[in-house]
Design a protein around this ligand. Structure first.
Ligand code: GLY
Length: 470
């Protein structure tokens, strides 16, 4: 079963149950100032979850391209990606927990034929203000018993950090007017030992890599009030989200999503470009793959790299991807972009139709990054003569800066100068260090905090700001 087969099976399954297929919304939503990117299938549906009538009815299904900037620092492990596709089905005040939980299980075990013994369920355990989700718990208990398994071993309970979902996370972080609710999640257990580095007790939400969340159903039944309390929505909704990449990993029983049939050709292309096996450099290869996949989709949405909003995120992705690519002595970026487009073209026409534009955007940013690095070096060598030797070698000898070479000469610079490289030239602390410039990192972090404080006071709140430190 390929990624495309999973998409087709899912859409048919819910169409047969009365759902209307709605289109994948653009990654950059028009008329939504609350967010930079579409980060969940529910996002374009917020007005309908709050009660507005949807023109296509009360049962909807789709596959949504999503980008989550807030996950950027997690990329490099076996399962996190910033770009992913989310299978979604919604009930807008129609069916609720009984039907949803039963279909959730049927789809995973009957349609995707994932062995039931591999699956574990989590349910919201409640807080002082918000009750435990006993309704979902009851449906799961019946299913698990019918399957001949023990609910005590299969169903686990967590609080708001794990089993509550809203665009802004836990209830305390939600602004007034924001919908949210308890969610129930299904985890796949791989046949690997628990990694003892993560402590003695392993459970579905342990980060050791043994368990992976593959899908969730959010029961959007509350809306946050001005006084911080929660009121029941007049119509209770279902918001299912299944990560295509992770579902494929479960179907293929592949603990590393980057080695599933969807990512394998991209990873092989990168491995070829750097002339090193994936097993030796898996973390950096995952970062390169993820960041350039995201960059391709964001560029396809006509975002241009810049210093603000979506353009800033695109610039960060390309430059971080290049840092890893050059660190591993990677050469031709065009081939990586071509492999990505080739791999996604069956399911995402947009990459094919915008191919030239995507390639030109990314390659132009590569040039601009080289220029930035040259300028940074010039600035430092003017002030610190001891930096001039290594910089001259770089500036004169090589058109394309290579991070490994630059590390040969190290020069200590003031925190103020490092900060100028950060604010005026857009270089992150790691990138400044990769140029061979050392500085007092504690002082730098302090300056960065003051800077962020000033930016926060002048900017609007968005749901998906990337951490600026990288
Ligand atoms: N269904 C909500 C989410 O996972 O994004």
């Amino acid at each position: 079963m390929t990624a495309k087969d999973i998409i087709d099976t899912y859409i048919s399954f819910f169409e047969e149950r009365g759902h209307k297929k709605i289109e994948n919304s653009p990654l950059v939503l028009q008329n939504d100032p609350t967010t930079l990117f579409t980060s969940a299938g529910m996002q374009p549906l917020v007005p309908y979850l709050l009660g507005k009538e949807h023109p296509e009815g009360k049962r909807l299904v789709n596959v949504q391209n999503c980008f989550r900037a807030q996950d950027i620092d997690e990329v490099g492990d076996n399962r996190h990606t910033t770009f992913f596709r989310m299978l979604g089905n919604w009930s807008l005040g129609d069916y609720f927990k009984k039907e949803e939980v039963s279909w959730f299980w049927e789809f995973l075990t009957q349609k995707l034929t994932i062995p039931k013994e591999r699956l574990y369920i989590t349910v919201f355990k409640g807080t002082n203000e918000i009750p435990k989700d006993e309704e979902a718990e009851q449906v799961w208990k019946e299913i698990i018993l019918q399957e001949g398994m023990n609910p005590k071993e299969r169903i686990l309970y967590y609080g708001t950090k794990k089993n509550w979902w809203s665009r802004s996370g836990v209830p305390e972080n939600m602004p007034a007017g924001e919908p949210g609710g308890p969610d129930t999640e299904v985890f796949y257990r791989f046949n690997i030992e628990h990694n003892p580095a993560f402590g003695d007790v392993c459970h579905p939400n342990c980060d050791c890599g043994r368990f992976m969340e593959i899908a969730n159903s959010v029961f959007m039944q509350y809306v946050k009030q001005e006084n911080g309390s929660f009121k029941e929505l007049p119509k209770k909704n279902v918001d299912f989200g299944g990560g295509l990449e992770r579902l494929l990993a479960a179907v293929e029983n592949m603990q590393d999503v980057f080695q599933t049939s969807l990512f394998a050709p991209i990873v092989a292309g990168i491995s070829h470009a750097i002339n090193k096996p994936y097993s030796e450099e898996s973390k950096e290869i995952r970062i390169i793959a993820d960041h350039f996949i995201s960059a391709c989709f964001i560029a396809a949405n006509d975002v241009i790299p810049s210093n603000k909003e979506q353009g800033y995120i695109l610039r960060r992705l390309i430059r971080r991807g290049l840092d890893s690519f050059y660190q591993l002595q990677g050469g031709n970026l065009s081939e990586i972009i071509e492999t990505i487009v080739d791999q996604y073209k069956n399911t995402d026409q947009i990459l094919l139709t915008k191919f030239e534009h995507i390639k030109n955007t990314i390659l132009a940013e590569e040039n601009s990054y080289s220029q930035t690095r040259r300028n940074a070096r010039k600035l430092i060598t003017r002030k610190y003569p001891s930096a001039s030797h290594s910089a001259r070698v770089q500036a004169e000898g090589l058109g394309q800066a290579r991070i490994g070479d630059e590390l040969k000469g190290q020069v200590e610079i003031s925190t103020e100068d490092a900060f100028v490289l950060y604010t005026a030239h857009g270089l992150s602390p790691a990138q400044i260090k990769s140029l061979g410039f050392l500085f007092n990192e504690d002082e730098f972090v302090q300056k960065m905090k003051e800077h962020q404080q000033r930016s926060k006071m002048s900017g609007t709140k968005k749901f998906d700001r990337v951490k600026e430190i990288r």
